[in-house]
Design a protein around this ligand. Structure first.
Ligand code: AMP
Length: 252
């Protein structure tokens, strides 16, 4: 049986409520690997560059085999961009090619640019009107319960393409679950890691389009927008993002 192992670490809250988010991770692994996975997460949380966590929670949960779905890994390709302006223009172009309207794309950039602090999740916008559809406020919708179906194979695949490391690993698995979720037109993302200026537009139509510069170095605010096709049932969409277990399969 597979199990889900999740970690979250924070600093300065009260028993994990409030405070500054330090680190989070999740894996779906064979039951026998739960211990080693949890230990690795604990290590990661305790040595995180964002600070020394005073609260670390690790949760291990069995996943009933019948409840698991799979999706393919999005193909990865990179756009050219040397400045934030070029990067954002490239991202806008990708969104339009994936079926997002110009008005909705602009609304997405405006929503991310207006953030003064990072959210934990994503804003969901109508891909036609650009109207925000979720009512999750400053938290946003979290996409969770996903991992690579074959973890070692996935790591080899990523390393062979120069995409090693936790950032690309987690971003591509998340982007694959999001892109193939019923209702998604496209996703726009840039990180809240001040040193990580690379972002992407993901969609089933165009794959994972990596954009080397989407924000200024040193900027600690990042964000994600999920653009959904008109008529998407929000309750079902959010449930899929938050609860559906999805394993992402690498096709060699
Ligand atoms: P990161 O790529 O981890 O730096 O995250 C960038 C932004 O994406 C964060 O500020 C959040 O707004 C959003 N985000 C991070 N993780 C998730 C997630 N699991 N689901 C939805 N949005 C997320």
């Amino acid at each position: 049986m597979l199990c889900s192992v999740k970690m979250r670490a924070s600093l300065g809250g009260r028993r994990g409520v409030g405070g500054k988010h330090i680190s989070g991770a999740e894996r779906i692994v064979p039951e026998e690997a739960a211990e080693e996975t949890a230990a690795a997460m604990l290590r990661r949380a305790r040595t995180h560059e964002r600070g020394r966590a005073d609260f670390i929670q690790i949760r291990v949960e069995l996943v009933p085999p019948g409840s698991i779905r799979t999706c393919p890994l999005l193909p990865v390709s990179t756009r050219d961009a040397r400045t934030v302006e070029e990067g954002r223009a490239a991202a806008r172009d990708e969104l339009l090619r994936a079926g997002v309207s110009p008005a909705a794309a602009d609304a997405g950039f405006a929503a991310l640019e207006a953030l003064t602090d990072s959210m934990r999740g994503a804003m969901v916008l109508d891909s036609e009107t650009g109207r925000r559809l979720d009512d999750m406020g400053e938290r946003g919708v979290r996409c969770t319960n996903m991992d690579a179906a074959d973890s070692a194979g996935y790591d080899r695949f990523m390393a062979a393409r120069g995409l090693g490391g936790d950032h690309p690993r987690e971003a591509l698995v998340l982007a694959s679950k999001v892109a193939y979720a019923p209702g998604t037109a496209a996703e726009l993302c840039w990180s809240d890691d001040p040193r990580y200026v690379t972002g992407y537009v993901g969609s089933a139509a165009r794959g994972y389009r990596r954009i080397p510069v989407l924000k200024e170095a040193g900027d600690p605010v990042g964000g994600r927008i999920f653009f959904v096709r008109p008529g998407t049932d929000m309750e079902q969409y959010i449930a899929y993002m938050q609860e559906q277990t999805v394993l992402v399969e690498v096709k060699p």
